[in-house]
Design a protein around this ligand. Structure first.
Ligand code: ZN
Ligand code: ZN
Length: 408
């Protein structure tokens, strides 16, 4: 058996729900997409719960699963989730925390863990903290809902194994401690951040105004739930694959780098609606000549989904299809192609949803089923059935004759 190459194309947020005003069709069902349909027609289809049934994937956790990693194991702590929610992208090595704005007295006793459930002024307070430098570490800080906020520390030599500063009840603030050797620097930076937050916030005009109104001041930040994404076994170490990625958006590029892919810069690949599809397709073809596994992410579908723009999403699908047509023309049986999405971003929801995504695989030793079109409903009738995201890589390795025998 000769080992085949693998091309994984992930159309970000492409998957959708039927929309009443458009004949109860999904954007995929409404679009003209001969290349996508050809992949379905010449291969096998299925649907995929990218993380697990009922779990709404973020793009980061979804991509980890698509590359075969268990996001519940490698995506640690609630901090990263809070950071993702606040829109702070995490790079490998960053440490993220969930935080509360709280009220302390002069001797750092916590009087109110939620600063009177502060609602107004948290954006100004956050601005006063974000961008702070502590040695070679940069602080990113963003308010969440009410008293909640996210903190991300960016810098060399950080480790998320540190204890909470938040005492979880009224009383003395805690000092963060390293929970493993090597996390001492993070604990020190975190403690310094907390005391600086007190210095900066106690005289902030938002708190001066709160004092006038008899409200408890939000005069400290209490971080907890440290987490990060880091130190993953690379795809090369795991599967013996030389890997490269074509992606425009920073978050996805970061994850690709973290799993050991080469991520060359592609001119015009922006991660936006204006991305150069042709350039992405050509870059993927170029990389296939020297890499075993090439990954392509096209972000635009997710953006149209968040905008609730049905027609825009149909247009994105047709643009991606043109790119795919170009790629298919140059590709032969020796390449296994997987076409899928990292999650659904239904235009009716304007956000990610837990709905499974369609998947089609063609080339290599693939079995050909009866599915003739690439969309959410057609795919559910395919030979792959309903799988999980983490199963995709092993299935692709098997189809590409790269799986290892188990037993004699
Ligand atoms: Zn996504
Ligand atoms: Zn999104």
């Amino acid at each position: 058996m000769t080992e085949k190459k693998i091309l994984m194309i992930v159309c970000d947020g492409l998957s959708d729900r039927p929309v009443k005003q458009f004949d109860n069709k999904t954007p995929l069902q409404a679009a003209r997409k001969p290349a996508m349909d050809a992949i379905a027609r010449h291969g096998m289809s299925g649907t995929m719960d990218v993380i697990a049934p009922g779990v709404i994937p973020g793009s980061d956790t979804a991509h980890l699963a698509l590359f075969g990693y268990d996001p519940f194991k490698v995506y640690t702590g609630r901090g990263p989730i809070e950071a993702a929610g606040a829109g702070i992208p995490l790079d490998p090595g960053d440490v993220a925390f969930r935080c509360n704005f709280a009220t302390v007295d002069g001797s750092m006793n916590v009087i109110d863990r939620r600063a009177g459930r502060i609602r107004e002024g948290t954006a100004q307070l956050s601005k006063a903290l974000s961008g702070m430098k502590i040695g070679d570490v940069t602080v990113q800080f963003k308010e969440g809902s009410e008293h909640r906020a996210a903190l991300v520390l960016k810098g060399p030599g950080l480790d998320w194994h540190v204890s909470d500063v938040d005492p979880h009840k009224e009383g003395n603030t805690l000092q963060a401690r390293a929970l493993v050797p090597g996390a001492e620097k993070t604990a020190r930076v975190l403690n310094e951040f907390v005391s600086k937050s007190n210095e900066i916030l106690r005289s902030h005009e938002v708190n001066v105004d709160r004092a006038k109104m008899g409200l408890p001041p939000a005069n400290i930040v209490l971080p907890r739930g440290a987490g990060g994404i880091r130190d993953l076994e690379t795809l090369t170490a795991r599967y013996g694959l030389k890997c490269a990625a074509v992606a425009g958006v920073t978050l996805v590029k970061g994850i690709c780098r973290m799993v050991g892919m080469d991520v060359p810069n592609v001119k015009g690949a922006t991660g936006g609606l204006d991305t150069d599809y042709r350039a992405k397709g050509e870059a993927a073809l170029g990389l296939l000549s020297s890499y075993d596994f090439v990954f392509v992410n096209v972000k635009a579908g997710d953006i149209a989904g968040h905008d609730g723009d049905f027609k825009g999403k149909v247009q994105v699908i047709e643009n991606i299809d043109t790119m795919l047509g170009l790629v298919l023309k140059e590709i032969h049986e020796g390449v296994v192609i997987a076409l899928t999405a990292d999650h659904s971003t239904p235009v009716s929801v304007k956000d990610h949803s837990a709905d499974p995504v369609p998947l089609a695989i063609s080339g290599g030793g693939v079995r050909v089923d009866g599915v003739r079109e690439f969309d959410e409903i057609s795919a559910s009738l395919g030979a792959l059935g309903r799988i999980r995201g983490m199963e995709l890589m092993p299935i692709l390795l098997g189809t590409a004759d790269r799986a290892k025998k188990f037993g004699a």
